[in-house]
Ligand binder design. Structure first.
Ligand code: SF4
Length: 394
């Protein structure tokens, strides 16, 4: 049922037979979800991408039958899907309802204080769990560049608990245990939802429970995970280099093997790769020397975090530096450029070079297998004819 807005789409009005088929498929899917081992089944009306939500929105739903017009009519399909799901699984699974309570379009869309609230009142105790967020996806999963505040959804969902007796779960790039606790204490939600925070730190509930707050890799809201998800490639995360491999072949990223016979290691370069390398070596019990040529540690992270709107990216380096600086078996040296002879003279058995990579400058890539011709524009610059790039002459 999901409709992604990447390409232009053609649509048609659903007749009653189509709606009946949709309900039938939904009802048939529910027991399969249960059989697959899930305890909670969602009816989804969020992110601006499901029929249940689109039926609710008057700017999309122009029907004149019992599914269009009044809000009661526009909510009818959602009500039916909730009831169908309940009928299909009885009380063996919880039926959750995700609802995009505010489209963030002002009077041009659904607003939490008006139609949004009316929907919650209409369906109040029908779902077992309310999962409320803002819509569409770009608003709900906003990047820190455009939405630096982690509690940005609270104003829109804070009344839901007053309208329903069922538990309410909320999201919003919640990475801080203090913020989570505050939302629970204030009665804004009963449960914290954490999708991106769990990508950056898959074991976040256990770390909070055990008080290992410093070990939480904090999501920086860069949405690289979503970009890889949308590209059909394995998920990636700026904070967590082992995302998606938590249980691969019996290997576990936080079960650290002890070191071998060697004791001394050297990591050259303190960008993301060098810092992660140094941290993992230290955790294994090696004596670690980290050498950085620049004045400050962190490499490209430092440079990128100084760009407008990207201050949160600094947290990537903060996580490693905070860890490394507390370890007695790590020595860190800035302004310490090493050439091959100097590395060799140190006599350290295991050396890791993490000095970075550079983009190709010859124009060869996916769409251009040969270096495109260059034209001279003057004494100091030349222009790549094909790509229109301007580069200093060598
Ligand atoms: S890539 Fe990682 S750090 Fe970036 S938004 Fe996704 S989970 Fe957060």
């Amino acid at each position: 049922m999901a409709i992604f807005a990447c390409q232009p789409k053609q649509g048609r009005v659903l007749d009653k037979a189509h709606i009946g088929a949709l309900r039938h498929w939904h009802r048939e899917a529910a027991p399969r979800v249960k059989e697959a081992g899930f305890d909670i089944i969602y009816v989804y009306a969020g992110h601006g991408m499901t029929l249940a939500q689109q039926f609710m929105l008057p700017h999309l739903n122009t029907r004149s039958d019992e599914y269009g017009g009044s809000l009661e009519n526009r909510v009818r399909l959602t009500r039916e899907l909730l009831e169908d799901t309940r009928d299909a699984v009885g009380d063996t699974c919880a039926v959750a309802f995700r609802f995009g309570i505010d489209e963030m379009l002002g009077p041009d869309g659904m607003q939490a204080a008006e139609d949004g609230r009316a929907v919650v009142e209409l369906l109040a105790d029908l779902p077992d769990i309310w999962d409320v967020n803002v819509s569409d996806w770009a608003n709900e999963s906003a990047t820190t560049r455009f939405q630096p505040q982690d509690r940005y959804q609270n104003d829109h969902l804070s009344y839901v608990k007053q309208v329903t007796d069922k538990p309410v779960v909320g999201v919003g790039r919640l990475t801080s245990p203090d913020v989570m606790q505050s939302m629970l204490r204030k009665g804004i939600v009963d449960l914290i939802g954490a999708a991106r925070p769990s990508i950056a730190a898959p074991f976040i509930p256990r770390k909070i429970q055990e008080g290992c707050i410093d070990e939480i890799r904090e999501c920086i809201g860069c949405n690289i995970c979503a970009a890889s998800d949308g590209s059909g490639i394995p998920i990636r995360c700026t904070q967590n280099p082992t995302i998606g491999e938590e249980w691969r072949r019996g290997w576990h990223p936080e079960r650290i093997a002890r070191r071998g016979q060697a004791t001394q290691t050297l990591a050259v370069g303190s960008g993301p790769a060098g810092l992660e390398c140094a941290m993992q070596l230290a955790r294994r019990g090696y004596e670690v020397t980290l050498a950085e040529g620049a004045m400050d540690f962190s490499g490209r992270v430092l440079r990128e975090s100084r760009l407008p709107g990207l201050a949160a990216w600094r947290r990537v380096a903060d996580y490693w530096l905070n860890d490394l600086r507390q370890r007695a078996n790590v020595r860190m040296f800035a302004e310490s450029t090493l050439d091959a002879d100097q590395v060799s003279e140190l006599g350290i058995e295991h050396v890791f070079l993490a000095t970075g990579a550079a983009w190709r400058a010859d124009g060869v890539g996916r769409n251009s297998r040969r270096s495109p011709p260059l034209i001279e524009l003057g004494a100091d610059i030349r222009c790549n004819q094909t790509l229109g790039r301007i580069a200093p002459t060598a």
